[in-house]
Design a binder for this molecule. Structure first.
Ligand code: ADP
Ligand code: MG
Length: 761
C-alpha cells in the first residue's frame, strides 16, 4: 500500500474472473464501496488498482467487497517478499492452467467419442443397423451418459459463474455459454427420454450431445491458449522482479556473512565481487568498478563507479570489487519503485478501453435478445417437423458466436505488453492513459538545461570589469555565495573557483535564492548578488557599458552569462557553457519527421537560448521564462489546440510537467520519485522521448487491431448464426464452428498483442 497525501493506492490480485463482464462486475463492486475514489480492474493481469481514502475504508473492506461479488481478492504488498508473492501467483496460475488442461482433456476425449457415434445417424445403412441392434433410444442414452461428465466436470465453472451472475441479476459471458450449451443439452435429454413427445407432432427426436460436448471442449481449448499467452504478457515485469538478488554478503564484525536479502538493513556494509549482481541500493565506500545498469536504465554502456558513487540493486558489477553502504532496502529501492510503477501502469485502464467496456456491457443482453428473436422467428417460419431443432440450433449458434471474450482482452493485453516493453528500455509509463495520450502529441516542449544540453555547465570565462578588487577576491565572493545554492550554475562557479585554487571561505549570511534570476546574500559583510539581468534590475544595480559589452561577447558564443555585483556594482561577468548532447539534434529531427513541433522553454536569456536552438534545429523558443511561468507557457501552447508534452529534468519544471498533457521527466537515472510526470525516462537522452512516442503509437495501433479481431468474428458471425443468409444462400453457422471461431478470436487478439514485444525502440 502506498500513501500519497490523503488517499492511498492498493493493488489487489483478483481470482475467478473469466471475461470482461466479470472484470466490470468486480470494478463496480469496488467503485461502489464507500471511500473508494477510483477502481480499475484489469482482466489480463487479473489485478485491480484501487485508489481510496484510508479514513473511510481499509484494504480488508475492499477485499470483502470483491468476495461478496463472488470473486477472490488478495493485497499485493510491495516489500522484498514481492518476488515470493509473485512466485505464489505463478504457482496458483500454474495450478489453474493444469486444472484447465485436465478439464479440456476430459471434454476433448469424450467429444472424440461422442462425435463419431452421433455421425452414425448421417449414414442410413449404419443408422438402420443401430436401429436393429440396440435401438435409437439406447444409443442416445449412451451419448447422454458420455456427455454428462463434459457438462458437470469440464463445463461446471461456466454454469456456476452464470448462476452467480444470475443471483446478482447479471448476465456475463459465461451466461451465454451456459444457456447455449444448456439448451442444446436439455433439448437432447427430452428427446432421449421422451421421444414420443416429438414424434407425436411429426418432429424427428434429434439429439445435440455432440454440439454440447464440442462447444465446451473448444471453449476450454481457447481458454487454455489464452492463459498461456496471458502469462507471456507479464514477462517483462517478471524479468524485472527476477533482477532482485535473493541474498547479500554483508560485513558483520569484519567478517563477511551471507544473509537473506530481507535481513539487509540501511547502513549495512555490503561486499560485492566481480560479476555479481548488486543486492540493494547504496553508496560505494571502498573500491571501484564498472557497473552494467542497462537493466534499469536501458543504457547499454557500463558506468564507472568510484568511492562515493551510488549503486543500485539489480544492476550487475563487472570487473572490480567494492564495498558499499546500503541506503535504500526492501520496498525503497529503485528497482522496487520501478516494479511498482510498472505494475500500477499495467493495472490501469486506458480511455479507449472504456469504449470497449461500454460495448461489452450492452453486448450480452443484446445478444440474448437477438438469440431469442432468432428462435422465435425460425420457429414460426419453418415447417412443423423441423422448426424446433432448426430454431434451437440457430439460437445456440448466436449465443456462442456472440460471446465477447476477446473484447475484454483487446486493450489490457496490449497495454501490458507495451508498458513492459517500455520498462525494458528505461521508459516508465505511469498509466495506460498516459500511454494512450502520447500518440496524439502535437507539440513537444523541451527544457534547455539538462535536457537538450548535458546539464553540467562549466565556467569558461570570468571577465573582470574594473580594478576595484582583484580577480581572486571577486571569484571568492562569487564562490562563497554560490556554495549555498543548489543550482547547477552555482556548482559550476564553485568548481571553477576550486580549479583556480581559490577557496570559498568567506562567511555568508542571509543567503537567498531568487528563483529564475540568481542568488543574493551578505558575503564577508558585503552585499553580493550573482545572476542574470533580471536580478540586476531587481537589485537596482546599474548595468554599465563595460558590463554590457562583455556580456554581448559571451552571448554571441551561446554562453549563459551572469553578473557578479559586490556592494551594488558589477565587478565581473561570468560566461558558462553547457555542451549540447550528441543526440539532441537527431532527436529533434526524428520528432519533426513525425510531424511533431519541438519548442524550447528556458529560464536562460534569449540570445543563448536561440543559439542553442539553432544548433539542434528548434525554431520556436520561449526564453527568459521564470520557473513558475513555465506552466503558463505550456498552457499557452495547449490553447493553440494541440496535445502538448513537456520534457524536463523535473527540478524546477514540476508545475510545467503537471500542466502538460503528457509530462515527461528525463534523466531520472535511478531516482524515479517523479510524482508530476506521466512518463519517466531513465536515460538523459532526448531520443528516449522519440522511443516513448513511438511505443505509444505502436501500442495504440495494436489496440485498434485487437479491437478489430475481437469484433470481426462477432459482427460477421451473429447475422450468419441467426440464419439471416439462409433464405438466400442456405448458409448457417454450426454452433461448433461458432465455438471454434470464438476461441480463435481470443487467441488472435493475444497473439497480436504479443507482437508488440518485437517492436524496435
Ligand atoms: P533553466 O530554465 O535553464 O533550468 P533556471 O530557471 O533554473 O533555468 O534559471 C534561469 C536563470 O537564472 C539562469 O540562466 C541564470 O542566469 C539565473 N540563475 C538562477 N540561479 C542562479 C544561481 N544560483 N546563480 C547564478 N545565476 C542563477
Ligand atoms: Mg532547469
Amino acid at each position: 500500500m502506498q500513501t500519497v497525501q490523503n488517499h492511498s493506492t492498493v493493488t489487489l490480485e483478483i481470482t475467478g474472473m473469466h471475461c470482461a463482464s466479470c472484470a466490470a462486475f468486480v470494478e463496480d463492486a469496488l467503485s461502489q464501496t464507500q471511500g473508494v475514489k477510483r477502481a480499475a480492474v484489469n482482466l489480463a493481469s487479473e489485478k485491480a488498482t484501487v485508489e481510496f481514502l484510508p479514513t473511510m475504508v481499509n484494504v480488508h473492506a475492499l477485499t470483502a467487497a470483491v468476495e461478496n461479488s463472488g470473486y477472490g481478492a488478495r493485497e499485493l504488498k510491495h516489500d522484498t517478499n514481492r518476488a515470493a508473492q509473485a512466485e505464489a501467483t505463478e504457482e496458483r496460475k500454474r495450478n489453474e492452467y493444469d486444472a484447465l488442461k485436465r478439464r479440456f482433456t476430459l471434454a476433448a476425449v469424450l467429444a472424440a467419442v461422442i462425435m463419431p457415434l452421433s455421425m452414425t445417424m448421417l449414414v442410413p445403412s449404419v443408422e438402420h443397423w443401430i436401429h436393429q441392434a440396440i435401438g435409437m433410444q439406447a444409443l442416445n442414452g449412451m451419448l447422454l451418459v458420455l456427455t454428462l461428465p463434459v457438462l458437470l466436470v469440464s463445463g461446471r465453472e461456466f454454469y456456476v459463474s452464470a448462476y452467480n451472475a444470475f443471483l446478482h441479476r447479471m448476465a456475463n459471458m459465461d451466461t451465454l455459454i451456459a444457456v447455449g450449451t444448456g439448451a442444446a443439452f436439455a433439448y437432447s435429454v427430452v428427446a432421449t427420454l421422451f421421444p414420443a413427445l416429438f414424434e407425436q407432432n411429426g418432429i424427428r427426436a434429434e439429439v445435440y450431445y455432440d454440439t454440447t460436448a464440442t462447444i465446451i471442449a473448444l471453449i476450454l481449448l481457447g481458454k487454455m491458449l489464452e492463459a498461456r499467452a496471458k502469462g507471456q504478457t507479464s514477462a517483462a515485469i517478471k524479468k524485472l522482479m527476477n533482477l532482485q538478488a535473493k541474498t547479500a554478503r554483508i560485513l558483520v564484525n569484519e567478517q563477511e556473512r551471507e544473509v537473506s536479502i530481507d535481513a539487509v538493513k540501511r547502513g549495512d556494509v555490503v561486499v560485492v565481487r566481480p560479476g555479481e549482481r548488486i543486492p540493494t541500493d547504496g553508496e560505494i565506500i571502498e573500491g571501484a568498478s564498472s557497473v552494467d545498469e542497462s537493466m534499469l536504465t536501458g543504457e547499454s554502456l557500463p558506468v564507472e563507479k568510484n568511492v562515493g558513487a551510488s549503486v543500485f540493486g539489480g544492476t550487475v558489477n563487472k570487473t572490480g570489487a567494492f564495498r558499499f553502504c546500503a541506503t535504500n532496502v526492501g520496498a525503497e529501492t529503485a528497482l522496487a519503485h520501478i516494479v511498482r510503477l510498472v505494475e500500477e501502469a499495467q493495472g490501469s485502464k486506458a480511455p479507449i478501453q472504456r469504449l470497449a467496456d461500454k460495448i461489452s456491457s450492452v453486448f450480452v443482453p443484446t445478444v440474448v435478445v437477438i438469440s431469442l428473436l432468432t428462435f422465435v422467428v425460425w420457429f414460426n417460419v419453418m415447417p412443423a417437423e423441423t422448426r424446433l431443432p432448426f430454431a434451437l440450433v440457430n439460437f445456440v449458434a448466436v449465443l456462442i458466436i456472440a460471446c465477447p471474450c476477446a473484447l475484454g482482452l483487446a486493450t489490457p493485453t496490449a497495454i501490458m505488453v507495451g508498458t513492459g516493453k517500455g520498462a525494458e528500455r528505461g521508459i516508465l509509463i505511469r498509466n495506460a492513459e498516459s500511454l494512450e495520450k502520447a500518440h496524439q502529441i502535437g507539440v513537444v516542449v523541451v527544457d534547455k538545461t539538462g535536457t537538450l544540453t548535458q546539464g553540467e555547465p562549466s565556467v569558461t570565462d570570468f571577465v573582470m570589469l574594473n580594478d576595484t578588487m582583484t580577480r581572486e577576491d571577486a571569484l571568492q565572493y562569487a564562490a562563497s555565495l554560490e556554495h549555498y545554492s543548489e543550482h547547477p550554475l552555482a556548482s559550476a562557479i564553485v568548481d571553477y573557483a576550486e580549479a583556480e585554487k581559490v577557496d570559498a571561505v568567506f562567511t555568508v549570511h542571509d543567503f537567498l535564492a531568487v528563483e529564475g534570476k540568481g542568488a543574493t546574500g551578505m558575503v564577508s559583510g558585503e552585499n553580493v548578488a550573482i545572476g542574470n539581468t533580471k536580478l540586476m534590475e531587481q537589485q537596482k544595480i546599474i548595468m554599465d557599458s563595460e558590463a554590457t559589452s562583455a556580456a554581448v561577447k559571451l552571448l554571441a558564443e551561446a554562453k549563459t552569462t551572469m553578473y557578479v555585483a559586490v556592494k551594488g556594482a558589477i565587478v565581473a561577468v561570468i560566461g558558462v557553457a553547457d555542451t549540447v548532447r550528441e543526440t539532441s539534434l537527431e532527436a529533434v529531427q526524428e520528432l519533426q519527421k513525425r510531424g511533431i513541433e519541438v519548442v524550447m522553454l528556458t529560464g536562460d536569456n534569449r540570445q543563448t537560448a536561440e543559439a542553442i536552438a539553432a544548433q539542434v534545429g528548434i525554431k520556436r523558443v520561449f526564453a527568459d521564462v521564470l520557473p513558475h511561468d513555465k506552466a503558463n507557457a505550456v498552457k499557452q501552447l495547449q490553447s493553440e489546440g494541440k496535445i502538448v508534452a513537456m520534457v524536463g529534468d523535473g527540478i524546477n519544471d514540476a508545475p510545467a510537467l503537471a500542466q502538460a498533457d503528457v509530462g515527461i521527466a528525463i534523466g531520472a537515472g535511478t531516482d524515479i520519485a517523479m510524482e508530476a510526470a506521466s512518463i519517466t525516462l531513465m536515460r538523459s537522452d532526448l531520443l528516449s522521448v522519440v522511443s516513448a512516442i513511438e511505443l505509444s503509437r505502436r501500442t495504440m495501433t495494436n489496440i485498434k487491431q485487437n479491437l478489430f479481431f475481437a469484433f470481426v468474428y462477432n459482427v460477421l458471425g451473429i447475422p450468419l448464426a441467426a440464419g439471416l443468409l439462409f433464405p438466400f444462400t442456405g448458409w448457417l453457422l454450426s454452433p461448433m464452428i461458432a465455438a471454434a471461431a470464438m476461441a480463435m478470436s481470443s487467441v488472435s487478439v493475444l497473439t497480436n498483442a504479443l507482437r508488440l514485444k518485437a517492436v524496435k525502440l
